[in-house]
Ligand binder design. Structure first.
Ligand code: ZN
Length: 511
């Protein structure tokens, strides 16, 4: 199957599901929404479509990009973009199969469920996946799964390396009301590429790494990796086994030739990439150290909700010795002067101790009101302050439990106190999620004081309500009253401090 010529893109339009070709999609002959039973596979499919478009049809500048968004490609333009690159995207190519290597040495094939993130993990199997989801995959689903594994998943375990952005990094994709336009909104122009990667033109002819090979122990430097290679980087030695006829794809349900296993081989010694390659769909955080600037891709590491990460994902902020750089596609949209911004955020969270295990997957949409692009500092402050309300609740509750219930001197008791307080943090996050989304989507960024005041006042109400709810069962016991009064005083002191900060908010503008 070739991704440039065969029907592999699973879409749904007006209730009708079908697979269409990349040409039909970009030439505007067919469309619809990507449709698969798992949201992470849909997200990876969009990521793959964006990567293909970026590599084949990079527009030169803003004018050319706007043209592409407005008008579908002509068949001639499509053919000319694909010229010389068809071999890169052939799943069964005899020498350079898509996102695989040939002659992979393995004693026995690995079952296909290992290629579907999360499926093989005993802990989350039931809530993440319908039964039997990855017994076998069709050529379309296996292509998407290979890409997802290479970019979004933790490594396949000891001895295998994660994707070029590291393990489970967060991906950001700009959203619009049509699939074709969404793809183009996530494409960087030559002028943006030159800004994000000054080595762009010298490296623009580079091939994906599965064309050239993945030598053990190779040492790569991020500033020597071209766009084609960076967007099609296979971090592990994988090779699909021959597909079996007359089976059903356990992801999309299609019947035909189904892949039921693959070979995987450890790379020894490992290769290294020094520095963070500026992936178009990834934001980067940085710290300035003696040796220079150190960049990292953010990922979900805690149960904190996605909105907590927003400044890292969309804001352009440089503080003293640290800061954030938004995903290049968002930086481009900002420089091209877009008003509103809607975007998807997706990613897995893996276990801290067992890093190859996925404990959660996320796929959310956010909208930012007009003016977002000049107000990184407002976004940053809003999120920090909202978190401070949660912290005020946790600290007051920890204080209460410490005074009222148990001595906090032993580690066991301290851990218990933290655990009870953290349950209320989760409830706070659940109850405020919509509030944060709504504020971000409707805030008047030029005069944000009123909207912020109203948000903080709502957050305060939630905090007080949850504090009362948590302490309610102890209210009847006289010996608890002192502890309750003292913790409540503390809570109101925290809230007052926060109010003072929020009330003094000036509409600060970022650079
Ligand atoms: Zn399928």
């Amino acid at each position: 199957m070739n991704l440039l010529t065969d029907s592999w893109i699973p879409v749904q339009q007006a209730g009708l599901q079908e697979k269409i070709t990349f040409q039909q999609l970009l030439c505007g002959e067919k469309g619809g929404e990507i449709c698969l039973p798992r949201d992470d596979m849909e997200f990876a499919c969009l990521q793959l479509l964006v990567a293909l478009t970026q590599v084949l049809f990079t527009p030169s500048d803003k004018k050319a990009l706007v043209q592409r968004i407005k008008n579908p490609l002509t068949p001639e333009e499509y053919a000319s973009g694909c010229e010389g690159k068809k071999d890169w995207f052939d799943l069964n190519h005899p020498e350079t199969p898509f996102m695989q290597f040939r002659s992979v040495k393995a004693k026995e094939p690995t079952p296909m469920d290992k290629l579907m993130a999360g499926v093989a993990d005993g802990t989350n199997k039931t809530f993440v996946n319908p039964q039997g989801l990855a017994d076998g995959l069709c050529a379309s689903c296996v292509s998407i799964a290979l890409y997802n594994t290479a970019y979004n998943c933790p490594s396949a375990g000891g001895g295998f390396q994660p994707g070029m952005r590291g393990s489970t990094s967060i991906t950001v994709l700009i959203a619009t009301d049509s699939l074709r336009k969404t793809i183009w909104h996530n494409i960087l122009t030559v002028e943006s590429l030159n800004k994000e990667m000054p080595w762009y033109s010298q490296t623009s002819c580079m091939t994906p790494n599965y064309i050239d090979g993945l030598p053990p122990g190779a040492q790569y430097v991020f500033s020597e990796i071209g766009i084609n290679r960076g967007l099609f980087w296979q971090p592990a030695k994988y090779q699909l086994c021959e597909p079996q006829p007359n089976l059903v794809c356990s992801c999309c349900g299609d019947t035909g030739r189904i892949y039921t296993g693959f070979l995987k081989e450890k790379l020894q010694p490992k290769y290294t990439i020094s520095g963070a390659w500026p992936h178009p769909l990834s934001s980067r955080t940085f710290v300035i150290k003696k040796g220079g600037r150190e960049e990292k891709f953010p990922s979900f590491t805690t149960t904190q909700p996605t909105w907590v990460h927003l400044p890292e994902l969309v804001a352009e902020i440089q503080k003293d010795k640290e800061g954030y750089h938004p995903a290049p596609v968002i930086a481009q949209l900002r420089s091209y002067g877009a008003n509103r911004l809607s975007f998807y955020v997706g990613g897995y969270r893996n276990g801290i101790k067992t890093t190859a295990t996925i404990v959660e997957r996320r796929h959310e949409m956010f909208s930012l009101a007009d003016g977002w692009k000049d107000n990184s500092i407002v976004i940053d402050e809003l999120i920090r302050n909202a978190q401070s309300y949660k912290n005020a609740l946790s600290r007051a509750l920890e204080d209460f439990y410490k005074l009222a219930i148990m001595s906090a001197t032993s580690k066991k008791n301290r851990d218990r106190i933290k655990k009870i307080a953290s349950q209320y943090s989760s409830v706070f996050y659940q109850q405020t999620e919509n509030l944060i989304h709504d504020t971000l989507a409707h805030i008047d960024f030029d005069q944000p004081q009123d909207d912020l005041k109203s948000l903080y006042s709502d957050l305060k109400t939630v905090v007080i309500h949850l504090f009362n709810q948590a302490t309610e069962p102890y209210k009847q016991e006289p010996k608890m009253l002192k502890a309750l009064a003292s913790s409540r005083r503390l809570l109101h002191q925290y809230l007052k401090e926060l109010e003072a900060q929020g009330g003094n908010h000036e509409p600060a503008k970022s650079a």
